[in-house]
Design a protein around this ligand. Structure first.
Ligand code: CA
Length: 230
């Protein structure tokens, strides 16, 4: 089975690292964010199988981050982790779209049981729609890696696929070349080259050319934006 990827957003570094260690030893791939803004950035540019969210976080808090996550993905399981344990706190968490709730201090074993249960649930959903990204008539299946516009299949290289996935996850938002470089090519990418523009043109030729309604738009001086033309 594939290693499942978990994002932990927790500002208490000791707790975050302990969780990372425990979950890695249990066979999961774990990424850490120590504040809400980094957590949001990571979530929007990568795909995760589960998110563990602290509530009191610098930047944006866990409730807000959970709401943001739900705007992009209705299905990824979210476990809230918190020292706040009133019923109101729990309701606020569930209202924001959390699937489960753990009160600190908690037993790691119990968290592990809940993670397994939530991941099993998503595995059992045959091809949940959370694995399909859609903008207008453009559809990307993250499992089968198939891309279609209307009924027409679009063949993409791995890099084109990653770039389009990034655009689709950030639809209706201007993304700068620096954002794209960092998320699609890695932090050390040399942004002085025009590689990004070249790839955007490759994508345009495949995704927009010959279809009605352009999706990939240039925002002069700022970057690019994927959106439905109205
Ligand atoms: Ca905290």
């Amino acid at each position: 089975m594939d290693e499942r990827k978990i994002l932990i957003v927790e500002d208490e570094v000791k707790i975050a690292k302990a969780l990372q260690l425990g979950l890695s030893e249990s066979g999961y791939l774990v990424e850490l964010a120590f504040d809400g803004i980094i957590g949001k950035k990571l979530f929007l540019s990568h795909s995760y199988d589960l998110v563990i969210l602290d509530i009191n976080l610098p930047g944006i808090n866990g409730y807000e981050l959970c709401t943001e996550i739900r705007k992009r993905d209705q299905h990824v399981p979210v476990i809230m982790l918190t020292a706040m344990n009133t019923t109101e706190d729990k309701i606020e968490g569930f209202d924001a779209g959390a699937d489960d709730y753990m009160i600190k201090p908690f037993e790691f074993k119990e968290l592990l049981v809940r993670i397994r249960a939530l991941l099993k649930r998503t595995l059992n959903q045959q091809l949940p729609t959370g694995n399909i990204l859609r903008v207008s008539d453009l559809e990307m299946n993250l499992d089968s890696k198939e891309v279609k516009r209307g009924d027409k299949k679009i063949l993409l290289t791995a890099k084109e696929f990653q770039l389009l996935e990034y655009f689709m996850r950030n639809r209706n938002r201007v993304v700068s070349r620096a954002d794209i470089a960092e998320s699609v090519w890695g932090i050390d990418f040399d942004t002085q080259t025009n590689v990004i523009d070249v790839y955007v043109n490759y994508l345009r030729n495949k995704v927009d050319k010959g279809f009605s309604g352009r999706l990939i738009h240039t925002q002069v001086g700022m970057g690019y934006m994927l959106k439905e033309e109205r």
